[in-house]
Design a protein around this ligand. Structure first.
Ligand SMILES: C[C@@](CO)(OP(=O)(O)O)[C@H](O)COP(=O)(O)OP(=O)(O)OC[C@H]1O[C@@H](n2ccc(N)nc2=O)[C@H](O)[C@@H]1O
Ligand SMILES: Nc1ncnc2c1ncn2[C@@H]1O[C@H](COP(=O)(O)OP(=O)(O)O)[C@@H](O)[C@H]1O
Length: 279
C-alpha cells in the first residue's frame, strides 16, 4: 500500500496559554501543501518491523513511523502483523512542516486498512494525539483552525487563491525550544483571518502572524535574509511556518511568484512553489 504524506504550513500561529503539563494551548490555521513523502507499507509474516529510507533519521525506535506502528499494534491485538516500510522523504526534517507527524498519521491510516481494524477518524485522531500534537490534523484532510494543543480541529475552506513559495535552508529547529522561549502571544485575530480566507478575501493576509517568529529569528538570525528576500521579491507576507525553520511567502500574482522562484532557487537548499491542497 502506498500513502502520500502531505506536509503542512501554519498560515497563522498564536499561543494562548501555558498548560500545567508543559504543553501550550495554541490557536493556529493549518493547511496541507502538495509536498509529500512517499510511504510504502506491506504486511510481512515474520512479525517484525523492517524499515528503509532515502534519509537517515537516527534510531528506528525514535522514528514516528515505528511509534505509530506500536500504537496500532496494541490496538489491533491479534490482527497485527509484521510490516515492511519504505519511506521516500521529500519534506525537510524538523522544519515546521510536520514531516514526522504526517508520516505517523499515514502509517496509522495504512495499518487501519491493512489490518481491517475499522477505526473511525475520531478513533485515529484520539490515538494519534497521544503520539504528537500535530498528528490529529492529518486525519481531518481539510484546512483547519487548531486549538487546544493542536488536537481540537475546526475545519474551514480557503477560497482566497494564495500562491505560496516555500524556502528551507536546511536549519533544523526543535519545537520545544521555541515554545519554551516565546513570551509575547495571544493577540492574533485568528477568527477574522479564517473568516476572510473562507470568503475569498485578501484583506487579512497582512495580519497573518506567527508568535514564534521572534524567537526563531533571534536564535537563528541567518533566517532573516530569507524572509527579507521573499518580501523584496513581492510576497505580500513572508512567515516562518510553525517553529521553523521553513519560511513561506504568500503571493497574489503568479508572475511575481515565478520571478521570486527563479531568483531564490539557486540560493537555498530547498525552494518550491507549492499549492494549498485544502481549499
Ligand atoms: C509548533 C507546531 C505548530 O503546528 O508545529 P511544528 O513546528 O513542530 O511543525 C506544533 O505545535 C508542534 O506539534 P508536534 O511537533 O506534534 O509537537 P509534539 O511532538 O507533541 O511536542 C513536542 C514539544 O513541543 C512542545 N509543545 C508542542 C505542542 C504544543 N501545543 N505545546 C507545546 O508546548 C512541548 O514542549 C513538546 O514536548
Ligand atoms: N518519520 C519521521 N520524519 C521526520 N522526522 C521524524 C520522523 N520520526 C521522528 N522524527 C523526528 O521528529 C522531529 C521533528 O521532525 P518533523 O516532524 O520533521 O518536524 P517539525 O516538528 O518541525 O514539523 C525531528 O527531530 C525528527 O528527527
Amino acid at each position: 500500500m502506498i500513502k502520500k504524506c502531505f506536509a503542512k504550513i501554519n498560515l497563522s500561529l498564536d499561543i494562548i496559554s501555558k498548560r500545567a503539563d508543559g504543553y501550550h494551548n495554541i490557536d493556529t490555521l493549518m493547511a496541507r501543501i502538495n509536498l509529500f513523502d512517499k510511504l510504502e507499507i506491506e504486511k510481512t509474516s515474520d512479525g517484525k518491523f523492517t524499515y528503509d529510507s532515502n534519509v537517515s533519521l537516527g534510531k528506528v525506535e525514535d522514528n514516528l513511523i515505528f511509534k505509530a506502528y506500536e500504537v496500532m499494534k496494541n490496538l489491533a491485538g491479534e490482527k497485527a502483523t509484521g510490516i515492511r516500510v519504505k519511506l521516500t522523504k521529500n519534506i525537510p526534517v524538523a522544519a515546521g512542516l510536520a514531516g514526522g507527524s504526517t508520516n505517523a498519521a499515514e502509517t496509522m491510516k495504512a495499518l487501519n486498512e491493512l489490518w481491517g481494524m475499522g477505526l473511525t477518524k475520531n478513533d485515529l485522531m484520539e490515538a494519534g494525539a497521544k503520539l504528537g500534537a500535530d498528528i490529529p490534523f492529518f486525519f481531518l484532510e481539510r484546512a483547519a483552525r487548531a486549538t487546544g494543543i493542536g488536537e481540537i480541529l475546526d475545519p474551514f475552506s480557503i477560497k482566497t487563491p494564495l500562491k505560496v513559495l516555500l524556502v528551507n535552508d536546511g536549519t533544523s529547529i526543535a519545537s520545544a525550544h521555541v515554545y519554551k522561549n516565546t513570551k509575547l502571544f495571544g493577540h492574533i485575530k485568528t477568527g477574522e483571518i479564517a473568516k476572510s480566507l473562507s470568503q475569498g478575501s485578501w484583506e487579512f493576509v497582512e495580519d497573518f502572524e506567527n508568535v514564534m517568529e521572534d524567537v526563531v529569528l533571534r536564535d537563528f538570525p541567518h533566517l532573516k535574509a530569507i524572509k527579507e528576500n521573499l518580501s523584496n521579491h513581492g510576497a505580500l507576507k513572508a512567515l516562518v511556518s510553525g517553529s521553523g525553520a521553513s519560511i513561506f511567502g504568500i503571493f497574489k500574482d503568479e508572475k511575481a511568484l515565478d520571478r521570486a522562484y527563479e531568483s531564490l532557487k539557486t540560493s537555498y537548499n530547498f525552494v518550491r512553489k507549492v499549492d494549498l491542497i485544502d481549499d
